[in-house]
Design a protein around this ligand. Sequence first.
Ligand code: UGA
Length: 435
Amino acid sequence: MKISVIGCGYLGAVHAAAMASLGHEVVGVDVDEDKVSALKSGRPPFFEPGLSELLVKGRERGSLDFTTDVSQVVDSRVHFVCVGTPQKPGEFAADVTYVDAAVDSLLEHMTSTSVVVGKSTVPVGTAERLAAVLADTGASLMWNPEFLREGHAVEDTLHPNRLVYGVAPGESGHAATAVLDEVYATMLDDETPRMVTDFATAELVKTAANSFLATKISFINAMAELCEASGADVTQLADAIGMDDRIGRKFLNAGLGFGGGCLPKDIRAFMARAGELGADQAVAFLKEIDSINMRRRVRMVDITRDILAGSFIGKKITVLGAAFKPDSDDVRDSPALSVARLIATQGGVVTVTDPQAIDNASRSFPELNYVRDTSAALAGADAVLLLTEWREYRDLDPIATASLVADRILVDGRNVLDPVQWRGAGWTYRALGRP
Ligand code: UGA
């Protein structure tokens, strides 16, 4: 099928490449010329395992193109809207202007057989509003939220754990549903569950899922605060409660908490939208989820300052990790960089290293010192902070690392190192939520 993808950021670039790999003919449209030319030459504009290979294959087969010219969508039957919905500056609400602009740009190319499929994460009510915008063209609108995780985006797009189709009233058996089934035929053949809902439910599925994940993380981090107060160990607590399969162990990793371009802004946008709908009490707890999450960053700084006898002044601090999570170069709302900046403003001499995110981090926060090589970054450190759990840092050898630093102090912000091993090599090992 001929498909267009509007917006070639994280979601759109992966979606376009994945749809081409399923055998469709795909054109991705973006306003950013640099991004388009990078994608055309098979280079993802961000780090995502497996994406480059998919782009190169799609380009070689001739089934994947990218352009800044929206009129190139004219031959496509299905148009996926994949633009971003960032947090509005100074507000909790999501900025949906890119979604509106994407739909507006499609209007003149729509016919009665066109299907517009929204994938962006939007405030509930957006799809109904956009369906009215499209009404005169005769095109159908569906809302098909995306659940991909950065770092696993290709796998999540090609093997989703469910497909949700939000459709207009009375359209559950409509031709548009059959068209989307054809697009996703390979996944449906693999028995991926598919649910057809109304627009509002589909929009809420996405926001509710991210809110639940954020709640799980902040729950275990609240338990970490209690563990710190009582001398208990949050990693053992998580293992033990996670063995109850009603609870489950996933997303119960206590530490520095969540960041990135999705969870933080999605829970805030949800609170803002619930307020507009007069249902703010229903999600008032998300404010506490957000507060617990932000408190972890301050706690990390406090623990480190305590070990350094109450002051960062003149101390060389090495921060391992800048990305908001491993296997990503995304630094949006990165907990690691928040901590690095807090320590720098308190007089610490901070060196940040990361396997992939240094370019993005140094563009966002040029005031910090960045070193690419891990050993060079560790050289002469008075304290080491593990803030993003890249495999390379999890595998660090405590004895070899000791020979690089000035003082053997390590604070594990992600609870991924073995305290016995590190203490055994003479390190002062501290972590969040552990004795
Ligand atoms: C999240 C969701 O997991 C995806 O399902 C969703 O599609 C995506 O947002 C989105 O809205 O587009 P992502 O932001 O890529 O995906 O990252 P996650 O893997 O969810 O991690 C988010 C943050 O939580 C990271 O900073 C991670 O370090 C932290 N985290 C995760 C924890 O602190 N503890 C955990 O146990 C798990």
